[in-house]
Design a protein around this ligand. Structure first.
Ligand code: NAD
Length: 290
């Protein structure tokens, strides 16, 4: 396939590399990042898109996606697919899909889970929203870049799945960290705490797979000085998107709302920026009740 790839940063570069390694022709464009080996550089987003069967975007946020899509859509041929893999707000995903439809371009929102490691290893999970025909065209590319692709529904459904998943993740990580800090204060050994909770009803991915306590459970960023992994500021971005969506859909999300406030304080005034999101544990360790 001829593929356009816009946004070749931490995630986009390894994803594009895997497409090239699988034999696809990839034309890329990024305002700052260098082209990965094997990706042909284009001087503009439109230039990378004009002959493409599929254009993939991997950009920082919804405003940038809207700007880039406004340039891409008129350059793309009808029937080609614009597949956005960035994490953005549901409204931007639906706006871009509507604009694409006006020009006969098929749009998919297909955010990912799995982080930089998953992007490099080709083991991402894609959660996609958009027409069946678009999903069918891009599915072979998802199979190269990832290990699973779920077609979640119409436009915006991929972003909806992503922010709901990450809202659960933010809340369970905070709950796991505050429980470890409480256990410390009650004199409970951390290994015993892990042995019990990881096999009891308090278990979760945050405890069992990504344990925030150093030296306990499987190897995780906690064992590497809380170097990310999944940075606290990226968790904050996703939590804010969840609360923006909850507001526009009038959904009551008290735990998601509190998790957003706690990660905002952690990132913006408590030294959490640049730390893994599981560094909530040392944050709670230092605190008392007030
Ligand atoms: P990044 O900042 O490393 O990459 C974004 C790239 O987009 C940069 O290279 C930037 O130069 C480029 N860019 C910005 N504006 C542009 C424009 N107008 N035209 C062309 N290129 C432009 O970010 P990332 O970590 O690769 O994340 C990308 C997306 O993936 C984000 O939406 C993020 O939330 C999501 N995501 C990231 C992770 C992760 O672990 N990093 C995990 C899952 C999802």
């Amino acid at each position: 396939m001829k593929i356009g790839f816009i946004g070749l940063g931490n995630m986009g570069a390894p994803m594009a590399r895997n497409l090239v390694a699988a034999g696809h022709e990839v034309m890329g464009h990024d305002i700052h990042a260098p082209m990965p080996d094997g990706v042909i550089g284009a001087i503009s987003a439109a230039g990378a898109a004009k002959d493409a069967d599929v254009v993939i975007t991997m950009l920082p946020n919804g405003d940038i996606l809207r700007d880039v899509a406004a340039e891409l859509i008129p350059a793309m041929r009808p029937g080609a697919v614009l597949c956005d893999c960035s994490t953005v707000d549901v409204e931007s995903a639906r706006f871009v899909a509507d604009e694409a439809a006006k020009k006969g371009v098929l749009a998919l929102d297909a955010p990912v889970s799995g982080g930089i490691g998953g992007a490099a290893a080709g083991t991402l999970t894609f959660m996609a929203g958009g027409p069946d025909a678009a999903f069918a065209i891009v599915k072979p590319l998802f199979d190269i870049m990832g290990q699973k692709a779920v077609h979640c529904g119409g436009s915006g459904a991929g972003q909806a799945a992503k922010i709901c998943n990450n809202m659960i993740l933010g809340v369970t990580m905070i709950a796991t960290c505050e429980a470890f800090a409480l256990a410390d204060k009650l004199g409970l050994d951390r290994q015993k705490m892990f042995d019990v909770v990881s096999t009891s009803s308090g278990q979760s991915w945050s405890m069992n797979t990504y344990c925030p306590a150093p030296g306990v459970g499987p190897t995780s960023p906690a064992d590497n000085g809380y170097k990310p992994g999944f940075a606290a500021e990226l968790m904050l971005k996703d939590l804010r998107l969840s609360q923006q969506a909850a507001e526009s859909a009038s959904a009551d999300t008290p735990m998601g709302s509190l998790a957003t406030l706690l990660y905002a304080a952690f990132v913006e005034s408590e030294g959490g920026r640049g730390m893994d999101f599981s560094a909530m544990l040392p944050r709670f360790e230092k605190r008392g009740r007030d």
